[in-house]
Write a protein that binds this ligand. Structure first.
Ligand code: FES
Ligand code: FES
Length: 153
């Protein structure tokens, strides 16, 4: 089947029921997307599917053929670039394991809600961080939102 990943068409000879996460990591070598729980609970495996945060560990690859998939390895668009800059500014990661999923969950949030409140962030980003970086993630999202608003003006 053909997958659209980070703007490129990738051919994969895999069973359609295989989780997208397995295909990304084991077939395509895109290991920036992490395995945490395998049951859609932690968000470590978050990718964007047509701009919407999606947990790849429970997504059969056959159901996303031809749809736009973004992983953390993709060339950053302005939203992801603003988030990455804010992540650096706030020194957000600790161990880093959850952070690629966090950034893509944050990107999905900013695409639909350009100036989210703390409550919006908490409601939208249910990813888990065992290092407890939630405060810095929240601050970085606000910084990115302000930067994007400024660059729109
Ligand atoms: S590995 Fe997918 S949600 Fe935890
Ligand atoms: S930075 Fe370590 S799990 Fe989030």
């Amino acid at each position: 089947m053909k997958l659209q990943i980070n703007g490129q068409t990738r051919d994969c000879d895999v069973p359609p029921e295989m989780p997208l996460l397995w295909v990304l990591r084991d077939e395509l070598g895109l290991t920036g997307t992490k395995f945490g729980c395998g049951i859609a609970a932690c968000g470590a495996c978050t990718v964007e599917l047509n701009g919407v945060a999606t947990r790849a560990c429970v997504m059969p690859v056959g159901s996303v053929a031809g749809q736009a998939i973004r992983t953390i390895e993709g060339a950053p668009d302005r939203t992801v670039a603003a988030l990455q800059a804010a992540w650096v500014q706030h020194q957000t990661p600790q161990c880093g394991y959850c952070q690629s999923g966090m950034i893509l969950a944050a990107a999905s949030l900013l695409r639909r809600s350009p100036q989210p409140s703390d409550a919006d962030i908490d409601a939208a980003i249910t990813n888990l961080c065992r290092c407890g970086t939630y405060q810095r993630i929240r601050a970085a999202i606000h910084t990115a939102a302000q930067a994007l608003q400024g660059s729109r003006a």
